[in-house]
Design a binder for this molecule. Sequence first.
Ligand code: SF4
Length: 225
Amino acid sequence: MNPSTFRIKEAFYTLQGEGARCGRASVFIRFSKCNLWNGRESGRAAALCQFCDTDITGIDGENGGVYELNDLLDLALHLWPNDINDNAIGKPYVVFTGGEPALQLTEALVASFKSAGFETAVESNGTLPLPRNLDWVCISPKGKSDTIITQCNELKLVFPQEDLQPKHVNHIKADHYFISPMAHYGENESSGMIVRENMQAATQYCLQHPKWRMSLQTHKLLGIN
Ligand code: SF4
């Protein structure tokens, strides 16, 4: 792949659904592909992350495609509905997600978004180096993977995970710690819905370990992306 282009699964304007910035208007840019799963059901059992509930392959989503840096920035500027310079309305905010954005995200890309006025955030599994100029880093460790990022703004743990318990991420320092109940995954009609038993288990965990706060996928409750 040409390193100066970016494979984007989808890009859209929405409300951040989870974590410390839940409810914030955001441009979401979803990078295609992840290093912990190939995105195919046939590969799920052998994957390091086995409970993904997102379509992470290809470039066929809303505004998906192969973009050069300036074109991707133009898309984000187009998606942001307000005057980019009118901070009285609210600072423009972009969330780089995936898939695993660290496979493609570069300091140059982040710098260009910041120069244009965006506050920049990433949601990553933490197994790969990230650009150092990001404004907000959310790490969500997965399964048996090795998390190399040990400091972040927000640590979000999908719960419960057979291979990864909260005590296994004690070495990761964050400003905010969130437990996120695992949703249904795979090819069934309730895919993406939060499982009641997981919600109850997560609730009990937060009650017993107040360092951790509950994070629900409110975008699913709202019926938005
Ligand atoms: S790390 Fe994230 S994007 Fe990758 S397979 Fe797991 S849930 Fe999906």
